[in-house]
Design a protein around this ligand. Structure first.
Ligand SMILES: [Ca+2]
Ligand SMILES: [Ca+2]
Ligand SMILES: [Ca+2]
Length: 192
């Protein structure tokens, strides 16, 4: 048989990560006793550490109690089992007390500058009429798409004028064979 001897009421300050209580029990037959969470409405918030330490899984917060009822009084039941399988269940009550000196919840960390919060606009909001005029349903102008001419072969320009070749002198008028002799006519008389 097993005979739990541990007290059943405890009180701890919030935020503790230390075990709430060291569980002790004796087996008159001299056997070894093991402990386990057996129930209680807040059983899920407790664990057994190192064989016989009843502890919160996470540190409790007085300002945000997680227990059933939210009154910072946690209920958990522990069983002690001896080496012959006999068990003894012991209900526990753990009251969490306030730590008045903890930093305020949600405030900036100590030593850090405050975070700038821009003011929220509280000016007038436009509440005038919403335009609900007729919807244009006339023809839609569709401009032709300009297609640039494709560049073709180079166009031959005007022929380049060649400078006239100097030829023999040309008479601009018929030499007068009759009438008063000209120098040419006189020359003819000598040749023919
Ligand atoms: Ca707190
Ligand atoms: Ca409670
Ligand atoms: Ca507090």
């Amino acid at each position: 048989m097993v005979s739990p001897l541990f007290p059943s009421e405890h009180e701890v300050e919030e935020n503790t990560t230390e075990p709430v209580a060291a569980l002790t029990a004796t087996d008159p037959d001299g056997g070894e006793v093991t402990f386990a969470i057996a129930g209680g409405e807040d059983a899920g918030l407790f664990e057994i550490r190192d064989g016989n330490q009843l502890a919160f899984v996470g540190p409790p917060d007085f300002e945000a109690p997680a227990d059933a009822g939210g009154d910072n009084v946690y209920q958990v039941a522990v069983t002690a089992t001896d080496d012959e399988g006999e068990t003894s269940e012991q209900p526990f009550t753990v009251a969490v007390t306030d730590d008045p000196d903890e930093p305020p919840v949600g405030g900036p960390p100590v030593g850090e500058p405050p975070v700038y919060k821009a003011p929220v606009y509280e000016g007038p909001v436009y509440e005038g009429p919403v335009y609900e005029g007729p919807v244009y349903e006339g023809p839609v102008y569709k401009a032709p798409i300009y297609e640039a001419p494709v560049a073709g072969p180079p166009v031959a320009g005007p022929p380049v004028a060649e400078p006239p070749v100097a030829g023999p002198p040309v008479f601009t008028s018929e030499p007068a064979l009759e009438g008063p002799p000209t120098e040419v006519a006189a020359l003819n008389d000598f040749l023919f």
